[in-house]
Design a protein around this ligand. Sequence first.
Ligand SMILES: *Cc1c(COP(=O)(O)O)cnc(C)c1O
Length: 391
Amino acid sequence: MRTWDQEIDLLKKNQLYRSLRTLESAQSPRAIVDGKEVIMLASNNYLGLTTKAEIIQETNKVLQRYGSGSGGSRLTTGNYDLHENLEAEISRFKETEAAVVFNTGYMANIGVLTTVVGKGDLIICDKLNHASIIDACRLSKAKFRVYQHNDLDKLERILQSSSKYQKRLIVTDGVFSMDGDLAPLADIVRLAKKYDALTMIDDAHGTGVLGAGGKGTVNHFDLADRIDIQLGTLSKALGAEGGFVAGTKSLIDLLKNKARPFIYSTALSPVTIEAALAALRYLQDNPQIVKNLWDNINFLKEGLKDLGYSLLPSQSAIVPIVIGDKMRAMAISDELFEQGVLAPAIRPPTVPEGSSRIRVTVMANHSREDLKEALSAFAKVANKFNLRRSR
Ligand SMILES: *Cc1c(COP(=O)(O)O)cnc(C)c1O
């Protein structure tokens, strides 16, 4: 049997050892990371809402009034008016009958998949779905099958050959978290109707970024009412913490009764709930921040392309720069950090072997100056690593 130290040595040997960077500032366009001021190109805080003065002010009031923790699970003493207000606001925003908040997006995936499917059912997954969906599939006791990324022919073949299952549920990310591209949601819905399957979207990276006023990927494709289960997080563009599921009243009622991560975990604190609620209200009152985000995304992408970087064709705030080799990706990320830019390397097992990348994310509150400075760091690194494509 390997000892823990031997396991760690093995990770190091396979170049898969990970270490944590430490922040000593807010999650802002310029942040203090490992003691150094850097331009933050790695945050999921896409709209810059973690540091928005109006949201902090509202959240402070709740801290003073309700204190620091929730004191119980939702079904005992942890269900506050704030939780209910937030759920009502989410269901309005997502244009569904109802919504329920979980403590994280991860727990929301576990909660919903272990509740709505089980033995005798089939989950059909895109190969690049988020790890929390994969874990949830394993816990659900349903069978699950995987189709190559966005491969609708393969999805249809699975649907054709799986009529023996009681329920079939197609699950896809709306925005894929490591590639930044979108699921072909209209086609997936069409196939689901044709073969009488249910649909679920995890829109962690679409919420606040895509669609009218940042309503998400379902709105972007104009499919309100046509997706059975919509999942999202409060932790990315909304700048707080928590996950949610939105859908029909009966779906949400069932989840509140049966989803174990909802039942057996202390509710998010009123402070966190208010942070999410104030962010959601702020977004609806100030939809132009979504446009600011897109202006920044387009500016940075153009700049990187001009420098000769090869980008995956993303359609979100996630801009992946393909490198290939994991050691090289790590070295490039380290050099960017030296040059004052935080842009992490993403390696296996998070992405397939040979497709290691630098994953850049953009925020609405980056100034042009921030982005220009970042691009000049990228220019130096492109020279040093000979990254210019022959064009
Ligand atoms: C981040 C993410 C999650 C998990 O959400 P947390 O709130 O961070 O637990 C789930 N699904 C996808 C697609 C994600 O990107």
